[in-house]
Design a protein around this ligand. Sequence first.
Ligand SMILES: CC1=C(CCC(=O)O)c2cc3nc(cc4[nH]c(cc5[nH]c(cc1n2)c(C)c5CCC(=O)O)c(CCC(=O)O)c4C)C(CCC(=O)O)=C3C
Ligand SMILES: [Fe+2]
Length: 358
Amino acid sequence: MTLAPYSAILFSSFGGPNGPDDVLPFMRNATRGRGVPDERLMEVSEHYMLFGGKSPINELNLALIDRIRAELDRRGIDVPVVFGNRNWEPYFADTVDQLIADGHHKVLALATSAYQSYSSCAQYCQDLEGAASGKDIRIDKIDPYWDAPEFSRANANSLIAAVRALRERVGGDAKVRVLFVTHSIPTAMNDHSSTGEPENRYDAQHLKVARAVADLAGEELGELLTWELTYCSRSGSPHVPWLEPDINDRMEEIKDEVDAVVAAPIGFISDHMEVLYDLDTEAAQTAKELGLPYERAATVDTDPVFVSLLVDRLVEWAEAERGERERNSICKYATGNCCLVRNPNQTNTGAHHAAPRP
Ligand SMILES: CC1=C(CCC(=O)O)c2cc3nc(cc4[nH]c(cc5[nH]c(cc1n2)c(C)c5CCC(=O)O)c(CCC(=O)O)c4C)C(CCC(=O)O)=C3C
Ligand SMILES: [Fe+2]
């Protein structure tokens, strides 16, 4: 099999600190020009310091890259998979220079976020475009993959295991509530996510995945799962509205209606700091204080169903590029009509992005 016309894959992610000395410079990178108050910056730095100043994200990404490489090998596709980040080493710019030095001029990127919004999709497109700009290289990015049945399947595998583990503790009759969780974003960013119609937005994408995951898991567990969508990791100024409810607030509200909760982080593909801190530390503590037995479902991480989906999407993108299949791209970034609000103070004109990618 082939990935032609692409000769390399760029695995692109957010980046995170590898030790205490990295924390502040990383935080400055992640918040530059973002209107994140210093107070929040210090607070999140503390979350990293609780874990030795080290985010799990880089090692998890390297492990996923290994599995992608193995799946490519299995299919007889011989292309390198290189790593690049938006906010920490290896930075996109350095990875791109290395790709060019190694003779690559058409590269296919994938991002470690599954959904469409400025932060999770357009910002990757923009930063990759910026890294390639003026250089002898073209970088295309595959679509976000939240809509893939395999993504729901992999998340359902995790939810099934979590519900079973919880029921071992609380019994078959306990009223269990599944709280799907994702990263909150400003409501203005949500309004302009994907193509902007309510049914396509970031929150709606998650509701579709949540429903599919709950249906698949419920079927296999033989129980009708009661679920809802909640958020974590709210940032920004307190005056700016972000998506709600926060998982902690919601647990407080439902504590008398339910006997136990499962947090299912469908918004994260692996155990990023948000999962370790916001869910495994903070939400777990809230549940404990409320007397609610709590179980956190695994992220899809290196589930073979998920790894195989990523490789399928890379192969299909290359096939479409060669004209061997239709391309029904859900990301409209190249036409200037996708996820374009960067923050609530910025209006969505799409004007700077109207030109197709080189
Ligand atoms: C939608 C979304 C994803 C999922 C998609 C994706 O994966 O990209 C995501 C991922 C991540 N976010 C991460 C870290 C941070 N995000 C921040 C800030 C923000 N995130 C936002 C949104 C998202 N973020 C937003 C709207 C802001 C406000 C500032 C802005 O408008 O940009 C800040 C600044 C402090 C703060 O404000 O909390 C930090 C340190 C890490 C690394 C974790 C690790 O180290 O394991 C990862 C994977
Ligand atoms: Fe973030």
